[in-house]
Write a protein of this length. Sequence first.
Length: 152
Amino acid sequence: MENTEYLKTVFIFRELTSMELIPINRVLKTVKVPRGTEIIREGELTDRMLYIIKKGAVDIYKGLGLHKKKITHLLPGNHFGEIALIDDNPRSATVVALDDSELLTISHADFEEILEQNEATALKVYRAFTKALCNRLRQANENLIISQQVQG
C-alpha cells in the first residue's frame, strides 16, 4: 500500500479513489536505475508500458545518434511510456535517467486487466490519459513554433 498515496499525485491517477488504486498498486514493480541509464530506446518493443517517476529525473529524446534532440525533462510525479497503452508500435522516443532514479512500472497486460475489470476506473484513467497527451501535443507544437522562429 506504500505507493497508493503517491499514485494520487500522478496526473493520470489523481481522479481515482484509494479503493480504485489498490489493484494498480498490487501490480506495480519498482525499478531502480542508475544515472545515465537508457530506460527506453526509440524503436524498441517492450512489455512495460507505463513508467512513473518516484525519485530522480529523466530526459526524453527524439531521434538517434547525432540527430538526437531533447524534447522534454520529467521529474517525480511525471509519467512516460503511456503511448503503448493505445498502440503496440515501437517506442517513439528515448528516455535517459539524469539521476539515480526510482521508477514504478506497470506492464501492459496487468494494466489492461485492471481496466477491463472496472469500467469506472478505465474511464477516469483514459480521460486523464487523453488530457495528458493533449497537453504534451500542445507543448510539442509550441516547441516546434519556437524552434522555427529561432531558425528563421
